[in-house]
Design a protein around this ligand. Sequence first.
Ligand code: PLP
Length: 443
Amino acid sequence: MTRVFHRQLHADYPVAVEGDGCYILDSTGKRYLDASGGAAVSCLGHSDPAVIEAITAQVRKLPFAHTGFFTNEPMEALAEALTDAAPGPLDHVYFVSGGSEAVEAALKMARQYFLEIGQPSRSRLIARRQSYHGNTLGALAAGGNQWRRAQFEPMLIEVSHVAPCYEYRDRRADETAEQYGARLAAELEAEILRLGPETVAAFIAEPVVGATAGALPPVPGYFRRIREVCDKYGVLLILDEVMCGMGRTGSLFAYEQEGIVPDLVTVAKGLGAGYQPIGAVLVHDRLYDAFRDGTGFFQHGHTYMGHATACAAALAVQHRLSEPGMMAEVQAKGAAVMDALRDRLGDHPHVGDIRGRGLFLGLELVADRVSRQPFDPAKRLHARLKKAALARGLMIYPMGGTIDGRTGDHALLAPPFILSEAQVGELVDKLAASLTDVFAEVA
Ligand code: PLP
């Protein structure tokens, strides 16, 4: 009998015992193609020799030194690598241990920034409905995922939510993509005005939405409009790249493709690529300077922040991601997976949309392609699909049509960047077969 308090208390989890490139092996020897990188984590697969070597060397030299006493070499080097790579004056990095911690730190940093610059009335946050920013209470309050939030209402902090950029469901037939993006930015502006601009600290959004919407990219120009609105009212723009950052969309940072510079960017998942738990917040110089010239202290901190071994792993991951041609490879492989999905599933009666960017791809499943009617959430289609895929030796990351009653079930794909051509075929074959299995049960 297990002593572990598992995620699902009645699930029968296979025991993962070994990683081999894009595969995880369980204790029976069964191989699973990891087409979701867990939850968009394992961008380099499960056995990268350079990352393993960096971790081993760091543990031998210095596993950990508390950042209340010391800085350390891998943390300094990682901060340099990230800030050199990030376009715009995002020249400082705050290290934490994961995505939720990164979001918490960013939210508190936004709040304290306004205290530092003498605007104490700015404490409110605006987020979007189709979003997930983490499971700690502050991050959960920011996210719009009703399934995750519902039983914890009322939230400790109140956050307003505006519409996500969800072209497949929300763009009207009589508007262009640009007009749609402008309409959404106008909605954000109206919300800022309703709350009172002098009370709003920040707007937070995922550039490409992951867990709640299945790799949902913005329409062109959307984030430029959003940036303009934020600037007009002195509101900070926090981009949550915990899932879509670190090369996943074909550029190291997803915001690079939007032609804007955010004030704060959160990253995690692909930062440590699963080899170590680590997250970070990249901070605009303007904010850093306000802290430096103000109290000189961010009222925050965690025991494991800047963990030397985690930073050494993430630095080795950065070296791999910055190898010449790596981002071009993500783009090319992303296009190959997209083409294969469209070829095989483009006419599937229950695949409503195939979308994404780079190697961050999603399918939205619908009961009816014409009306785009989602399946009844009670059918738990996403859970059936995950189970069917696992039975066939495929890891994908499906989520349900439980977000706000209008979203179809979807499946997120985020395979390692080392995916081979043969593995693209294996992925699509197994996914198509899993869908067949599921729709044989649920017609
Ligand atoms: N933000 C985004 C966009 C995420 O997708 C996630 C996790 O899926 C988080 C934050 C929370 O990250 P973590 O699970 O590492 O706390």
